[in-house]
Design a protein around this ligand. Structure first.
Ligand code: UD1
Ligand code: MG
Length: 459
């Protein structure tokens, strides 16, 4: 055993070989997203945050997809296929070759508990460093039905009793097995090999390791984690609960870090949403993946934002849609019913109403009028629109890309701009207006005559 706990090596074994029957899904449950990322990636992230870089994945269905979803630059993983599902102890043994390489700690976690954080994982490893051979992560719950119960006496964990195998008295215990545990890495295989399947389900229960280790004279203990972190996912309903808990937790963190949310329960975040201090998020805003919002920005209600960067003091919405590649400059504004895709909106520039800005560069302090459309697509290729700084695009302009409007240029309302506009020019891309004096009277008389004739014919 390595005495210096900072130098102890660790292998995490992630069990994810289940059939996911109760998800009623065409894919393994660990691929289902929580906060826009596969469940298993959350587990790997918690492991990485706990400083663990070696992972053994025990997989069954969708093994290739699960392996890809678990990919993380911070960890190195090996894949082990459990062909028969004979219980959690049997599942850990599928990773026998990797465990046999010799680690100080072996940490067994489940692929379907994505709310786990590094804190109990670190605590469990600390228990090993302090001399226990098995450290189980437990939780207290009001409704322990279905969970293994932790039988603890004087700080020692005596046994874990699976619900089906528990006596009435044991079923009254509310301290439960979260399923995750740390095991002395040098002894892990020997201990697990001694586990039998003489129980109600006829499975090889990893939980029996507690009695095995004690029989061999070793110590087992439990460390407690919040119940929420050990919430497992078996059904779509539980997936929704996990999503809600994840969202609550992340909103709370952001608010503690200085983000204002008027109705936090209506704001939906992604796993990687980054929001700086003094940002205000109004009710009903959805953040897809890869969004960064800088300090002082204001996100109005009903905005949908993904793959976007919003610089300091910018204003978005209400009802704005920022799609991947939207890059809003400091103090810029993207207003209601405006869609921005793969486009830079310069500092202080405004696109306030009913516009589509795609594949475009808009210079600083330019004003884009209501109903302006960048016609970026010719049916086959995408083309770029460039608008300089301090320009003014009149309402209802169609900018047919590729096209460039210079610095300080004006585009008259209702223009269809198909040719470049030089700096400081005014472009009129529309028919000249003509007024016909008195013509409206004639038009009215003619229309009335048509209506009268129709009435007469109907009689
Ligand atoms: C397990 C624990 C129980 C604990 C509960 C917490 C055992 C015997 N019981 O019960 O004490 O309270 O978790 O949620 O460990 N798996 C495999 N291969 C197998 C069997 C399971 O990969 O052969 C995986 C599953 O996909 C799942 C995890 O191991 O990710 C746990 O298995 P599951 O059947 O859900 O165990 P529980 O009955 O919930
Ligand atoms: Mg389970």
């Amino acid at each position: 055993m390595t005495a210096d706990r900072t130098k102890r090596t660790c292998l995490a074994v992630i069990l994810a070989a289940g059939e996911s029957t109760r998800m009623k899904s065409s894919q393994s449950k660990v691929l289902h997203p929580v906060a826009n990322r596969p469940m298993i990636a959350h587990v790997v992230d918690a492991l990485a945050k706990a400083g663990i870089s070696d992972i053994a994945l025990v997989l069954g269905r969708d093994a290739e997809k699960v392996e890809a979803a678990a990919g993380n630059v911070a960890v190195q993983s090996s894949v082990h296929i459990q062909t028969e599902r004979l219980g959690t102890a049997h599942a850990v043994l599928a990773a026998r070759d990797t465990i046999a390489k010799g680690y100080d700690d072996v940490l067994v976690v489940f692929g379907d508990t994505p709310l786990i954080t590094e804190t109990p994982l670190i605590a469990a490893r600390s228990g090993l460093a302090d001399g226990a051979e098995v450290v189980v992560i437990g939780f207290h719950t009001a409704d322990p039905t279905g969970y293994g119960r932790l039988l603890v006496e004087n700080g020692e964990l005596l046994a874990i009793r699976e619900h089906k195998d528990a006596s009435e008295a044991e079923r009254a215990i509310t301290y439960c097995n979260g399923g995750l545990m740390a095991i002395d890495g040098r002894k892990a295989l020997d201990l697990i090999d001694r586990i039998g399947n003489n129980n109600a389900k006829g499975e090889y229960y990893l939980t029996d390791i507690v009695e095995v280790v004690r029989a061999a004279g070793g110590r087992a203990i439990a460390v407690e984690a919040p119940e929420e972190e050990l919430t497992g996912c078996n059904t779509r309903a539980e997936l929704a609960v996990i999503e809600r808990l994840w969202q609550q937790r992340r909103r709370h963190e952001l608010m503690i870090d200085g983000v204002s949310m008027i109705a936090p329960e209506t704001v939906f975040l992604s796993f990687d949403t980054t929001i700086a201090r003094d940002v205000t998020i109004e009710p009903n805003v959805v953040f897809g993946p890869d969004v960064t919002i800088e300090s002082g920005a204001l996100i109005h209600s009903f905005s949908h934002i993904e793959g976007a960067y919003v610089a300091a003091d910018a204003e978005v919405g209400p009802y704005a849609r920022l799609r991947p590649g939207a890059n809003l400059g400091a103090g810029s504004k993207v207003g209601n019913f405006t869609e921005v895709k793969k486009a830079e909106i310069g500092a202080g520039a405004k696109v306030n109403h009913l516009s589509y800005i795609g594949d475009a560069f808009i210079g600083a302090h330019t004003n884009v009028g209501a109903g302006t459309i960048t016609c970026n697509y010719d049916g086959i290729n995408k083309h770029v629109t460039r608008i300089g700084a301090d320009a003014f695009i009149g309402s209802n302009t169609a900018l047919v890309a590729p096209v460039t409007v210079g610095n300080g240029a004006y585009v008259a309302s209702g223009s269809v701009i198909t040719a470049d506009v030089p700096d400081n020019a005014v472009a009129f891309g529309r028919a000249r207006q003509e007024n016909k004096e008195g013509r409206a009277v004639l038009v009215r008389e003619r229309n009335q005559a048509i209506k009268d004739a129709k009435k007469k014919a109907a009689k």
